[in-house]
Design a protein around this ligand. Structure first.
Ligand code: ADP
Length: 474
């Protein structure tokens, strides 16, 4: 029953008295009730709020008052009565009667609820049954008033006996009491509901704020971690380059010949130094990728030569392990909009892994072909066409091996930084666990995807798909 825009008051306020008539019953319901009252008793009726605001009325215009309205003294006399009626102080029992210049009466009733006056109902004007003629004073108000017309209009006014008016008043107050009671109940219920909704909302807001705080803290920690990684890696790189350089010179005998055993030790220092440098480069790459500061230098390029170059680079490694390396590149591949060095890094990483995890006698195959991939959101050249064409040409690069394979449940995790399927100390293959996480981020930097499937009868296949730019395939 609260009007839109009105402030919602607390349930306590409403429960303990500060309730208003217009909050307990809406105007439409009140008017409907007054209409049935009027149909029953044929007496005009109006209901006012505690502040004197008209809330509802069923009072068809009476010809008598329209007529009097044409004569100024009569009009003013009627207006005085109306004001008096509205502001009449009520006698004990909450009722008062007011007499009009027309001889008609008003009955003023106090609408109380829970011992508080919420407003007033005014019955009338009605002519008491015992009055057969308008008072003589009425015609005397203005010389222009026609006594015959006055008598006719007087007869047409609603007439009612006192007992009938008393019965009407009782009926009205009882009905209002019922309406107010149920209105109050509904108002309390809806306010309690609102209060509990407000409380849950506040709790949610609190939780949200805490979550946001935790999220911000984590983000800050993550940023600090990336900064730390970048700084430490960078600072390690310089001295390490010297260590590798000097051990290389010693190894090569530039500073004089060394006994074999010493040379072997220096060789190990160089080898481990190079491993460390790889790790540091990986960390630097990862922190750049994580912080979004790695810039890719993309150009339109042929994939075939990159695949061939990677195969050539790793042929000695594969041969040393007794693994054969095969290449299969489809003819007439479209060009790819990519960073050549980073694409090479992706392939190199996957192929190194494939060789590493394939026992002697196995085969590693690098292949490239055209395929279709689902258009990713935010496509730079899909535009409105994405809706019509949800798949677009892409280049698929596969690195398949016949090695130990990757169990399906591990396939999502191997792309996490530092994750290794078998991290036990007895693990034969070296590595840092950074390679695949860098691969994944680099591929994503090309709007591409990387996934793992089984190779038959054994081994793993890494599938990298990178979408082609429309311009390059037309
Ligand atoms: P690293 O090779 O340095 O350990 P990666 O991030 O490149 O780190 O790989 C993570 C892990 O994924 C590897 O340690 C290995 O357990 C698994 N893995 C990667 N490639 C293969 C593959 N071709 N065959 C089997 N396991 C693989």
């Amino acid at each position: 029953m609260t009007h839109a825009g009105e402030a919602i008051r607390s349930t306590d306020e409403i429960a303990f008295g500060a309730v208003r008539l217009e909050e307990l019953v809406d105007r439409a319901a009140l008017t409907e009730m007054l209409e049935s009252f009027h149909a029953l008793f044929e007496v005009p009726i109006r209901v006012f709020s505690a502040e004197g605001k008209l809330l509802a009325e069923v009072a068809p215009p009476l010809e008598m008052y329209t007529y009097l309205g044409h004569f100024r003294p009569a009009r003013e006399a009627v207006q005085q009565v109306v004001q008096a009626v509205k502001h009449r102080s009520l006698e004990a029992g909450g009722e008062a009667a007011e007499r009009c210049v027309t001889g008609a009466r008003y009955r003023v009733l106090s609408i109380t609820y829970d011992s508080r006056e919420l407003g007033r109902a005014i019955l009338g004007p009605f002519v008491p049954a015992e009055l057969a003629q308008p008072p003589e004073a009425l015609a005397a108000l203005d010389p222009g008033l026609d006594p015959v017309e006055l008598a006719r209009l007087f007869a047409a006014m609603p007439h009612a006996r006192d007992e009938r008016i008393a019965a009407a008043a009782r009926h009205l107050l009882r009905t209002l009491d019922l309406i107010l009671f149920s209105g109050h109940k509904a108002l309390l219920t809806s306010n309690m509901h609102l209060a509990s909704v407000r409380e849950s909302y506040r709790e949610l807001e609190d939780k949200n704020a805490k979550l946001q705080e935790a999220f911000d803290r984590l983000k800050e920690l993550d940023r600090l971690k990336s900064n730390f990684l970048a700084t430490v890696s960078h600072e390690l790189r310089t001295p390490l380059t010297s260590i590798i350089g000097y051990s290389e010179m010693l190894y090569e005998g530039i500073a004089g010949e060394m006994p074999n055993e010493q040379r072997e030790f220096v060789g190990t220092i160089r080898e481990k130094g190079e491993q460390l440098l790889e790790l540091i480069k990986g960390l630097l790459d990862l922190s750049k990728l994580e912080s979004g500061t790695m810039s890719l230098t993309k150009a339109n390029l042929d994939v075939g030569p990159i695949v061939a170059d990677v195969a050539q680079t790793l042929t000695p490694t594969a041969r040393k392990k007794g693994v054969s390396l095969a290449v299969s590149v489809d003819e007439a591949l479209p060009r790819l909009w990519a960073d050549a060095a980073r694409l090479r890094q992706v392939l190199l990483n996957l192929t190194e892994n494939a060789i590493k995890f394939t026992p002697a006698g196995g085969v590693v195959t690098l292949s490239a072909r055209v395929t279709l991939m689902s258009a990713a959101r935010g496509d730079d050249d899909g535009g409105g066409m994405v809706l019509l064409q949800s798949r677009r040409p892409a280049i698929e690069l596969r690195v398949a091996d016949t090695g130990i394979g990757i169990p399906p449940e591990e396939r999502g995790r191997v792309f996490d930084a530092f994750y290794q399927v078998d991290s036990s100390s007895t693990r034969e293959a070296g590595g840092t666990g950074l390679g695949l996480s860098i691969v994944k981020r680099l591929v994503e930097g090309h709007d591409g995807t990387v996934s793992i499937t089984d190779n038959q009868p054994r081994g793993a296949v890494f599938v990298v798909s990178i979408p082609c730019r429309r311009a390059t395939i037309s």
